[in-house]
Ligand binder design. Structure first.
Ligand SMILES: [Cu+2]
Length: 477
């Protein structure tokens, strides 16, 4: 077992080893070059149509001073940014050149869950291609979403491996800014040969956290900005299991929206926590000669148990932009259109979902934890519809967590309005597609099932938990 629980590190040969407690700043070790900040390639629609190929393949890429082997869309980590407008038709050919099966989920897009649209039940076999087609509704809100594989049993491995990319929906209200940047945050671990590390039993149980935290596939990249520049940062938490407490140093940071849904008004970003899968749309005004996105570890209640020794990050600069010269200041006008407030809706059905996972004693000696992560006592089954809802109704869901760690609850397609957390009402109006259910706690959300009917999923977005069964099938009829 010692082999299984040992922390393996990247860059051993390069003399850079980050072990033990406290942050080992990668940049401070042995003269590593600072990676430069780059934007993923953009696949943009033209005249209402985006037609493109996403090819999955392994890729050998430079990470700091090391060569590592990851999984990629179109040869890059993250994959290309998909940029669309409301009303667009999107045709994506998914070409699977991996030696494992996969599929594609357009996380956050309000599109159809059936047929060859955002259908997580599709299976794209190794060596095969599949033609996806999505219609972006004409009234789709502008905002930031993302895509990743959703093949049950393989989701955590494939996302950890590097399969993720941003989706940007732009419309005429999208604010004009000095820079509009995608910041995809992800993590991964590697063995001494630079190959992706496998998750051990603890990693699966708690959700694996990679040793290296990246922004757009680089460790602590640096880019350029200008003084007084007004920038939009589209932050995607693409980590399998890592919660990110984020703040901006060197600039004023206003949170405009979460999960692609505008808040009622801008709020301070400071120390906002993004669960795995959450996105934050942030407006940053550079007010010094250097602006950084700073990350702090969100302490896990079970940290330190049984060899779980993830690195602690304290005030860790994920990405830094150096200001040179002065920006031509552009006034970024942000429109906050009021979201429908489901607190005023009449509720057709109330349901309770109980999330449960095994404790340490239950998994000691177990060969697998498959099926031990459940919702309402049941692990995911392809063959079963767990929840049937009626189109054009508003439901109220109480989501209860019986475990000692928090779970980020994700519903596909229809956003959730957070009503209360541990019985305390949420005063602000917010729609999200991932809401965190506190340890031994509960939340209440309301959902307006409308427009799309069909079968899709709800699950924990700690992707290891989803793969181990904490997922259910919902059908809107
Ligand atoms: Cu979970």
């Amino acid at each position: 077992m010692s082999q299984v629980f040992s922390r393996r590190n990247l860059l051993v040969g390069a003399g850079v080893v980050a072990v033990g407690t406290g942050v080992t700043y990668y940049l401070n070790q042995g003269g590593n070059k600072v990676g430069s900040f780059t934007q993923p390639e953009v696949l943009a629609s033209n005249n209402g149509v985006l037609e493109a190929t996403l090819e999955l393949a392994t890729v050998s890429k430079q990470l700091g001073n090391a060569k590592v082997n990851m999984l990629s869309y179109n040869g890059t980590v993250p994959g290309p940014t998909i940029k669309v407008r409301p009303g667009d038709k999107v045709k994506l050919k998914l070409t699977n050149n991996l030696n494992q099966d996969t599929n594609l989920h357009t996380h956050g897009l309000f599109v159809h869950p059936n047929a060859n649209s955002d259908n997580p039940f599709i299976h794209v076999m190794a060596g095969e291609s599949f033609d996806y087609e999505f219609d972006i509704p004409a009234d789709h809100a502008e905002g930031t979403h993302w895509y990743h594989p959703h093949l049950h049993g393989q989701v955590a491995n494939q996302v950890f491996g590097g399969l993720y990319g941003a989706i940007v929906v732009e419309d005429d209200t999208t604010p004009k800014v000095s820079e509009d940047r995608v910041l995809v945050i992800s993590d991964a671990s590697f063995d001494s040969s630079g190959n992706l590390a496998e998750a051990n039993m603890m990693g699966l149980m708690m959700g694996r956290e990679g040793d290296y935290v990246m922004v757009n596939g680089e460790i602590q990249p640096q880019g350029k900005t200008k003084k007084q520049a007004v920038e939009r940062w589209r932050i995607v938490n693409a980590c399998v299991a890592r919660y990110l407490a984020l703040q901006v140093v060197g600039g004023e940071a206003k949170l405009l929206g979460l999960d692609g849904h505008k808040l009622a008004e801008a709020e301070d970003l400071q120390n906002r926590v993004l669960a795995p899968g959450n996105r934050a749309d942030v407006l940053v005004t550079v007010n010094t000669d250097k602006v950084s996105l700073i990350y702090n570890t969100v302490a896990h209640p079970d940290a330190g148990m049984m060899g779980m020794s993830s690195k602690e990050y304290t005030d860790y600069p994920l990405v830094t932009f150096i200001a040179e010269g002065a920006a031509t200041v552009i006034a970024a006008e942000v429109k906050f259109q009021p979201l429908p407030d489901l607190r005023k809706s009449s509720v057709s059905t109330r349901r309770k979902f109980t999330l449960a996972m095994p404790n340490h004693a239950m998994v000691m000696g177990a060969a697998t934890m498959e099926g031990m992560f459940t919702i309402n006592g049941e692990a995911f089954s392809h063959d079963k519809v767990n929840t049937t809802v009626s189109n054009n109704t508003v439901e109220e869901w109480s989501i209860v967590n019986t475990s000692t760690m928090q779970h980020p609850f994700h519903l596909h397609i229809w956003p959730m309005q957070l009503i209360s957390v541990n019985g305390e009402e949420v005063s602000t109006l917010r729609h999200q597609d991932i809401v965190t259910v506190p340890a031994n706690g509960n939340i209440v959300v309301r959902v307006n099932f409308h427009t799309h009917t069909g079968k899709t999923l709800y699950h924990c977005h700690i992707l290891d938990h989803e793969d181990l069964g904490m997922m259910g099938v919902i059908e809107s009829v």
